[in-house]
Design a protein around this ligand. Structure first.
Ligand SMILES: [Zn+2]
Length: 187
């Protein structure tokens, strides 16, 4: 079976669902174009605690997209920390930034949503489109899905306050840092 281009892991798939289930009134016609932009001309410039930023180039114009998303409440973050530590201990030999698929299922069993609902995202874009969210916002989320598929720990970092120190070092650029659950959640 061919691997899905967007959502090859359960971590990416929950983010795909965030945008592909927006369609109360039928399919979102912006999504095919958004996937093309994600493939060819979207670069994520920052992704970390509660925030994603990207440059999307379309017809020679660069649009800057910013998306704010809610971090988990403190209690949820503590529970996530415990579940991550347990999963990592049970899956020795995970490469840095990877998380086992079973952990995403654990999150669901604990009613912890990895990706926020579309209504919880606050997005802005420098384009002049009157349609909001615009196609560039959806392209950014598809590009984010690909980053999350490559590095599932990012899905946890996006919703966790623990990375705040990294995110605020430089407002224009955030390193997609190596994820070390022991250091991340240790005390
Ligand atoms: Zn736009």
């Amino acid at each position: 079976m061919m691997q899905a281009e967007f959502g090859a892991t359960p971590w990416g798939r929950v983010w795909v669902r965030t945008i592909e289930s927006t369609s109360a009134g039928g399919p979102n016609m912006l999504l095919p174009k958004a996937r093309t932009l994600a493939r060819n001309s979207t670069s994520i410039v920052a992704a970390g605690t509660g925030r994603v930023e990207a440059d999307v180039t379309m017809s020679g114009e660069v649009c800057r997209v910013k998306i704010d998303l809610p971090i988990w409440p403190d209690g949820t973050q503590a529970e996530v920390g415990r579940l991550v530590a347990k999963a990592v201990a049970e899956h020795r030999g995970l490469v840095a930034g990877d998380l086992p698929d079973t952990l995403e299922a654990d999150f669901r069993h604990h009613a912890i949503s990895v990706a926020p609902h579309i209504q919880e995202l606050h997005s802005g874009c420098t384009c002049r489109s009157r349609k909001r969210p615009c196609v560039h916002v959806f392209a950014t989320i598809y590009a984010l899905v690909q980053l999350v598929d490559e590095r599932p720990a990012l899905a946890v970092e996006l919703r966790s306050a623990a990375a705040t120190a990294i995110a605020t070092t430089d407002p224009d650029w955030v390193a997609l840092s190596e994820f070390d659950p022991a250091a991340f959640y240790g005390d």
